[in-house]
Design a protein around this ligand. Structure first.
Ligand SMILES: *Cc1c(COP(=O)(O)O)cnc(C)c1O
Length: 467
C-alpha cells in the first residue's frame, strides 16, 4: 500500500471525530423544529420540484460531508411533510415524543445491531423490559412474547406465520420442513374492513387472497358477530382493533370465545386502536381482546414513538419463535434475549431505545392520558366540522373521523382545497361507496387551536365548493 496517498478511508476517519459536523446537523435539525408549526403542512409545489436536484448520477469522487448534509437541509427538508407539527391528520401517523426523538439522536450514535444479545446487550435488555411493560400496559396474557419490528405490516406477517404453522402442527404437519404443498388446507376468515396489509401478509404466506372468507361488517366497519362463519381447528381468524377508516372495533369477547372453542387461531390487527387498552375510559372498546392468540400494534402511531416501531405479540412464545427460526423445533432460549428470534430480520437497528424512551418518559398515566387526549380531540374536531356543515359518517369511538360534503364530487373538491391550503393535511378514502375525507388525530402535538385553525380551512373549502 502506498502510505503517502491519503485514502478515502483516511478522510472518513478524520470525519469520524469532526464533532463540528454533528453540531452542524444539530443546528439544521433545531432550525427545522423551530419552524415546523409555521411551514405549510404539505410541501408546496416549488419545494417538491426542488427535489429534482437529487436526480443526478452518482459522482465519481467523495463529497464534503458538510455539503452532503447541507444539501439535505436545503433541498429535502422543505419537501418534508410537517408531520411532527400539530396539524397533520393524514393516514394514521403519530408525532414524535420529545424524549423519543432525543433518544434517537443519542442511540443513533451507538448504531447498535439488535439482532442478538452478544451484538448489543443494551438492546437485548431493553427489549426484555419493554416486552413486559407493554404486555402489562395492554392487558395481554402473562408471558406473551413480543417481537420488535418495523411496523404492523411485518408484525402481522410474523403473527400469521406463527398461526399458520401452529395450526398445521396441531394437525400433525410441519410446514417449516415440508412447505405448504402437501399441507392440510387452512381456512382464512376476516372482516370486510381488513387493512390491505393483511392481504399482503396472507399472499406472502401462501394463503392466497381469493380463498378468504369475508365477514360482512356493520355500518361502522366492525365485523358482524352474528355473521361469523363456522370456525374450526384449521381456521386463521383475523379481527381488528381500529378500522383504518372509522376506527371501529370488532366484538372480541363473543367472537374470540367462539373461536377458542373451535380451536381456531385469532390474530388482532391493533395497529393504532389496541392502545385503547391502556385507557380505563376506552378499554371497553377492546373488551375480550386478550383472548386472542396474536396481536400487531404500532408504537409509531398512537404512542407517538418515532418510525419505525411496530410490535408483534404472540401468546404462545414457542409458536412465534418456531415460525421465524430456521432451526425448526430445536429452539434453545438463551438466558439473554436474542431479539432476532422474534422477528424476520437478523440485523436490526436498535429501535427499542426509542420505544423504551417513549414509554419511560410517559409512564402508565402518560400513555393513558395521551390515548384519551387523542380521543377527546377527535370528538371536538368532529363536532366543529359538523357545525360547519360537514356530515360526520362514523361514531367517533376513538381517533378517526370520516366526513363528507354533499356528494363524492363536492367532498373530493373540498379535500383538495384543504390539502392545498397548507393549513392542515388529511387524506381521502371510500366509505360505503362514496368519497370521504378521513381525519386521524394521532399526535400529542395537536392543540384545540390547531383544530380550530384546521376547521376554518375546511369551512372555507366548503364555501368555495358549495358557493
Ligand atoms: C397502519 C395500519 C397498518 C399497517 O401498519 P404499518 O405500520 O404501516 O406497517 C395495518 N393495519 C391498520 C389498521 C393500520 O392502521
Amino acid at each position: 500500500m502506498n502510505k503517502n496517498v491519503s485514502s478515502v478511508c483516511d478522510r472518513l476517519r478524520e470525519q469520524a471525530t469532526d464533532y463540528a459536523l454533528m453540531e452542524q446537523a444539530k443546528e439544521y435539525a433545531l432550525e427545522y423544529m423551530r419552524g415546523v408549526q409555521d411551514r405549510p403542512v404539505f410541501p408546496e409545489d416549488e419545494a417538491i420540484s426542488g427535489l429534482e436536484v437529487f436526480r443526478e448520477p452518482l459522482q465519481e469522487e467523495p463529497s464534503d460531508p458538510y455539503e452532503v448534509i447541507k444539501r439535505l437541509h436545503e433541498s429535502a427538508s422543505p419537501a418534508t411533510v410537517a408531520q411532527t407539527g400539530g396539524r397533520y391528520f393524514g393516514f394514521v401517523c403519530g408525532g414524535i415524543a420529545p424524549a423519543a426523538l432525543a433518544s434517537k439522536w443519542l442511540s443513533d450514535t451507538w448504531d447498535q445491531n439488535a439482532g442478538m444479545f452478544v451484538m448489543s446487550p443494551a438492546a437485548g435488555v431493553l427489549e426484555d423490559v419493554c416486552e413486559k411493560w407493554l404486555v402489562d400496559l395492554l392487558g395481554l396474557p402473562e408471558n406473551t412474547a413480543a417481537g420488535f419490528v418495523g411496523g404492523s405490516c411485518t408484525a402481522t406477517l410474523c403473527a400469521l406465520a406463527a398461526g399458520r404453522n401452529h395450526l398445521l402442527e396441531q394437525l400433525g404437519y410441519d410446514a417449516g420442513k415440508s412447505g405448504l404443498f402437501g399441507a392440510p388446507e387452512i381456512k382464512v376468515v376476516l372482516g370486510e374492513g381488513a387493512h390491505s396489509t393483511i392481504y399482503k401478509s396472507l399472499s406472502l404466506l401462501g394463503l392466497g387472497s381469493e380463498r378468504i372468507i369475508k365477514i360482512p361488517t356493520d355500518d361502522q366497519g366492525g365485523v358482524r358477530a352474528d355473521a361469523v362463519p363456522e370456525l374450526d381447528n384449521r381456521t386463521l381468524l383475523i379481527l381488528q382493533a381500529g378500522n383504518v377508516n372509522s376506527g371501529a372495533y370488532d366484538d372480541f369477547e363473543s367472537i374470540c370465545k367462539k373461536a377458542k372453542a373451535a380451536g381456531a387461531w385469532v390474530h388482532v390487527d391493533g395497529a393504532f386502536g389496541l392502545w385503547a387498552a391502556a385507557s380505563e375510559k376506552l378499554r371497553h372498546l377492546v373488551k375480550g381482546v386478550e383472548l386472542a392468540d396474536s396481536w400487531s400494534i404500532d408504537a409509531h402511531k398512537t404512542l407517538n414513538a418515532p418510525y419505525d416501531n411496530g410490535i408483534v405479540f404472540c401468546r404462545n412464545r414457542d409458536a412465534l419463535v418456531k415460525a421465524l427460526q430456521m432451526s425448526g423445533s430445536y429452539i434453545v432460549f438463551s438466558e439473554n434475549r436474542d431479539g432476532m428470534i422474534y422477528t424476520l430480520d437478523m440485523s436490526r437497528r436498535g429501535r427499542i431505545f426509542e420505544l423504551w424512551a417513549t414509554l419511560k418518559s410517559l409512564g402508565k398515566r402518560g400513555v393513558e392520558e395521551l390515548v384519551n387526549d387523542l380521543h377527546d380531540k377527535a370528538v371536538y374536531f368532529a363536532a366543529a366540522l359538523r357545525d360547519k356543515g360537514f356530515q360526520i359518517k362514523n361514531d367517533v369511538c376513538f381517533n378517526q373521523i370520516l366526513l363528507s360534503l354533499r356528494d363524492s364530487d363536492s367532498t373530493e373538491r373540498a379535500l383538495k382545497l384543504v390539502q392545498d391550503s397548507g393549513e392542515c393535511w388529511c387524506g381521502g378514502s371510500k366509505w360505503e361507496g362514496q368519497s370521504v375525507i378521513r381525519v386521524s388525530v394521532c399526535s400529542y402535538r395537536t392543540t384545540l387551536e390547531d383544530i380550530d385553525r384546521s376547521v376554518a380551512a375546511f369551512a372555507l373549502a366548503r364555501e368555495k365548493v358549495l358557493g
